[in-house]
Unconditional design. Structure first.
Length: 373
């Protein structure tokens, strides 16, 4: 089954460059999902709702009145065992069996990635409804593919952002606090990665994206503690917007110049350790930021990286992000397993190599084991 995009040249004139900045429409607010019936129904009559089994149960009461009012004939499909090729095959059969005419993705990052890629493959409209603020997947034109066992395989660039994003604070507020903490970790990585991958580019939109990443970092550093103490409050909403929406804007504006670097590469490598699957995406990414900064210290002698890492260590302590392998739940993992994760992270096509210096597996392993020194 071929999942990857056809070359853009087969879809667009060579004179055109796609600019995938944002979804076509974003609706956000407290209880806004109950008011979004008309916006949802304009996409068709036979939606397929894609998510995890528990999430679909949670979201059903919110969507049921809309389905009834607009006489939508819906079906539900889960993405188990993961956002994987086998899941996509099963979901494709479900969509065709239902004769679905649009997709509603519901849940966290993997559910939304699955729904987006399914819609892309079937050339159907896609609505994303995040149920937590753990990632910016609701916004982006990208899906990550994992094995059935949860190990990262590759990513798939999509031809467009979602057609509609519905960010309902009432829904997001029901998610565990830990998910927003993880979302902060994922979002704050935008600055530490984009500022490196942009390589001082003078392209207008790249400069804008990197500066937005700086704004995002500063906002999260300043407001996250208070936001986490007042779920549903104004600062909480601002941090949710930052994690779900602004983080997505940065990737859309910066495009290829503002890609993930070592922080996400470390995440990808860690997914090959089964014990790491209990840690959330943003938690592994947050730890990966510390590893990236440690590499900059060790290999470049970068003193700014030292102060940045110390600032983050204090911030992580305040909001509960993991600083070490032990805090990621990997205290019992063997050195051989860690070395394997480091080797996966250092594979030739890894985002790690967007760093402006070469890194070998042993150097990476040393950085992974010394994030708090």
């Amino acid at each position: 089954m071929q999942l990857k995009n056809p070359p853009l040249s087969s879809c667009l004139s060579n004179t055109l460059t796609p600019l995938l900045v944002s979804p076509s429409q974003v609706i956000k607010g407290e209880g806004i999902l109950s008011q979004a019936g008309s916006a949802i129904a304009r996409f068709g009559q036979r939606p397929v709702m894609v998510g995890g089994e528990q999430t679909l149960k949670v979201i059903r009461p919110y969507l049921e009145p809309i389905l009834n009012k607009f006489k939508l004939q819906s079906a539900q499909a889960t993405y188990t065992p993961d956002c994987s090729e086998s899941s996509l095959e099963a979901l494709t059969k479900a969509v065709k069996g239902h004769q679905g005419d649009f997709i509603i993705g519901v849940g966290g990052g993997k559910a939304l990635d699955t729904a987006k890629l399914l819609a892309h493959q079937q050339q159907l409209p896609i609505i994303t409804i995040p149920t937590s603020a753990a990632t910016c997947a609701a916004w982006t034109a990208l899906s990550n593919i994992y094995s059935d066992q949860g190990a990262f395989q590759y990513d798939v660039p999509l031809l467009k952002c979602p057609d509609l994003v519905i960010l309902d604070y009432e829904v997001v507020k029901t998610a565990p606090k830990r998910t927003l903490v993880a979302g902060i970790g994922d979002a704050i990585a935008k600055w530490y990665e984009a500022s490196v991958s942009s390589r001082n580019s003078t392209a207008t939109l790249t400069v804008a994206a990197v500066q937005q990443a700086r704004v995002l970092r500063d906002l999260l550093l300043q407001k996250s503690v208070a936001a986490l103490e007042t779920p549903g409050g104004e600062q909480w909403q601002e941090v949710v917007d930052a994690s779900v929406l602004l983080a997505g804007v940065i990737g859309g504006l910066g495009g290829a110049n503002c890609r993930t670097v070592a922080a996400h590469a470390v995440h990808n490598g860690l997914t090959h350790i089964p014990a790491a699957h209990s840690a959330l995406h943003g938690e592994k990414v947050a730890y990966g930021i510390l590893v990236q900064l440690r590499l900059e210290e060790m290999i470049q002698g970068n003193q700014l990286a030292v102060s940045s890492r110390q600032q983050l260590l204090k911030f992580y302590e305040e909001i509960g992000l993991p600083k070490t392998l032990e805090e990621l739940g990997l205290s019992d993992v063997t050195l051989a397993q860690l070395r394997q994760a480091a080797e996966v992270t250092c594979q030739p096509k890894s985002d790690l190599h967007r760093l402006p210096f070469k890194v070998c597996a042993e150097q990476l392993l040393a950085a992974m084991m010394s994030t708090t020194v």
